[in-house]
Design a protein around this ligand. Sequence first.
Ligand SMILES: *Cc1c(COP(=O)(O)O)cnc(C)c1O
Length: 406
Amino acid sequence: METGFSFLTLRHKLERTPGRSSYTMSFQLSPALQAQPTPFYHYDLGLLDQTLTALQQAAEPRNFLVHYALKANANLPVLERIKNRGLGADCVSGGEVQRALEAGFTPDHIVFAGVGKSDAEINLALAADIWCFNAESVEELAVLDALAGAQNRKARVALRVNPNVDAYTHPHITTGLAANKFGISLTDLPGVVAHLSSLPNLELVGLHAHIGSQITNLQVFAKLSERLNELQTSLSDQGYNLPHLNVGGGLGINYEQPDEQAIPDFEGYFSMFERHLIRRPGQQVHVELGRALVAQCGTLISKVLYVKQSQQTNFAILDAGMTELMRPALYGSYHYIQNLSSHSAEQLYDVVGPICESSDTFRKGVLLPETQRGDLVAIRSAGAYGEVMSSGYNLREKAAAVYVGE
Ligand SMILES: *Cc1c(COP(=O)(O)O)cnc(C)c1O
């Protein structure tokens, strides 16, 4: 039991639709949680478990190794669930490496990626003897080699390539185009591979790519596979056959209709790689998923402070804002919003937070049942890139996290 609320709780009712990988669910707030001070993050660990089961049913028969990208949500109860399934950890900072270790991921299941690793972060990861560094530049390799040498260690390295594949997602979460800061360009790669082989304290074990996030067009992963196939062929010609291939993360979720598709299409995702990616003999293929594993199990619960009427619109002013959930302000992203307290006729509202910024708007023109001060509002699909991005701006206190489900 994670908290005193564990079984009185808000319930997600999950029904498996036979023969389909989608799930339907309904969402209600239990009386016990209606008295919980707002705003708070609500995590349904039962849904997380079902998501992980669906993930493993799709990944294991096809022989993919899955790492969880901690940056999506690094709360310990979430991490423990994921670690207990035997997944690895994909970290992008020293803090995340430390958190992964705290949560019980063993070093041989930890990968450290990131375009700007500091010396202190690299040293921490070297001392822990993590499984692999995903390196992104010649400059980084030089530092990694020197720091590994100073610790008398050999660091395993995968080179992050920038495959120049359009993920067809929001520009701010596109990472695999030539114009993005991430990875090593295809033209530079042969030279970097040769250079790496000359560095005494590094061992090249694989290639890595991660082209973006919230990818809903699965054809993008076919494109990525084809690009990686070409790359592997040219590396083979150079005499390099690498034992590991990491294709990154990025599988998107259904923000518009979280109740219709609570669990992402893992079958479609893995079968796309299975069909298009050519593995070298004995090669292990890794994926790093964040959002797809945790987004739907998190909901931000908030209370309506005021309904303010202006000539142009009605504002529903919540006690949660961009300090709790920044995605709408940062990317203009959509979250499904529900009034849990009212069932009256629907009207249009601009749903906003209390922070002193105009971008502190969850969405304009939201159709909600007639809304009043004190109503509880659920902002759905907030389990990924929600709480981790929260800030103390306006000297706001951090919202609580409540865990439900067995
Ligand atoms: C953010 C990130 C991921 C996870 O992305 P999702 O879209 O959440 O699946 C995977 N790998 C790397 C290197 C990342 O930076």
